[in-house]
Design a protein around this ligand. Structure first.
Ligand code: COA
Length: 259
């Protein structure tokens, strides 16, 4: 399988290393990047030699600073709903349902779709410099790639609602304390720690590991994800969404009116 323009890949000692490679845009997830990610996850799921996946971001600043906001400007409610549905099915759920363990090595900002990507992975290891947040409401949106569901699952509904509605960012230490990440390590140790977890899992029975992932994922149900997709789409019909995206692109503060 050939590497795409936006994802670097290397298969080494049965671990597939995937690196989101748009550092100038803080590894924002545009359509092309998501498509390449979908292909790589499918490859990982179907290739016997791949026993685990390590997903990270290029550069020192970001894991991924969210979906690419510049692609949102022209979308309406139906497009928004389709975007969320397609992204969830092909990338975020595909990662979550991957029969091989996927570890997110979070090397910097994990915001919006970037945090949703990290949360879709099975295990999260963060650098002590990493920062986390779901800033969608600052754009007149909500998380649309499973964030409302997976955040609540990881840190509980109370904290999830606070993080999503305030759009406040938190640091690595706090993220570890509330269970958003499994480990925090110095940046220089991020890869070693992530690989050591994958190596440990590799010594276990592969069919049992895949069965464990399926069983853990079976809790919760789909209804919340469907609600999120619909609500995400509805946001695209509001004046506040247009104002939020325009404000981001014009690098100014948004002013919301509630319509
Ligand atoms: N979509 C598109 N472009 C993005 C992006 C995103 N989610 N996040 C960052 N970028 C781009 C910036 O527009 C900028 O591009 P430019 O150099 O062509 O102007 C570049 O990446 C660097 O980002 P910049 O904002 O200059 O870096 P910063 O250090 O000042 O701020 C952040 C860092 C993460 C606080 C800021 O980039 C940010 O708020 N990003 C958006 C986060 C977000 O709302 N994500 C949720 C999307 S649903």
């Amino acid at each position: 399988m050939s590497a795409g323009r936006n994802i670097l890949r290397e298969l080494k000692e049965q671990v597939l290393y995937l690196t989101i490679n748009r550092p100038d845009k803080l590894n924002a997830l545009n359509r092309e990047t998501l498509e390449e990610l979908a292909q790589q996850i499918e490859f990982a799921a179907q290739t016997r030699e791949v026993r685990g996946v390590l997903l990270t971001g290029a550069g020192e600043k970001a894991f991924a600073a969210g979906a690419d906001i510049s692609e949102f400007a022209t979308l309406g409610p139906e497009d928004g709903e389709a975007l969320a549905r397609r992204g969830q099915e092909q990338v975020f759920d595909a990662i979550s349902n991957c029969p091989k363990p996927v570890v997110a090595a979070i090397n910097g900002f994990a915001l919006g779709g970037g945090l949703e990507l990290a949360m879709a992975c099975h295990i999260r290891v963060a650098s002590d410099q990493a920062r986390f947040g779901l800033p969608e409401v600052t754009l007149g949106l909500i998380p649309g790639y499973g964030g409302t569901q997976r955040l609540a699952g990881l840190i509980g509904r109370g904290r999830a609602i606070e993080m999503i509605t305030t759009a406040e960012m938190i640091g690595a230490e706090q993220a570890e304390k509330i269970g958003l990440v499994n480990y925090v390590v110095p940046g220089a140790e991020l890869q070693t720690k992530s690989v050591s977890i994958l190596e440990q899992i590799r010594s276990r029975a592969p069919l049992a590991v895949a069965a464990a992932i399926r069983a853990v994922n079976a809790s919760g149900g789909r209804e919340g994800f469907e609600t999120e997709i619909r609500e995400f789409g509805q946001c695209f019909g509001t004046a506040d969404f247009r104002e939020g995206v325009a404000a981001f692109l014009e690098k100014r503060k948004a002013s919301f009116i509630g319509t």
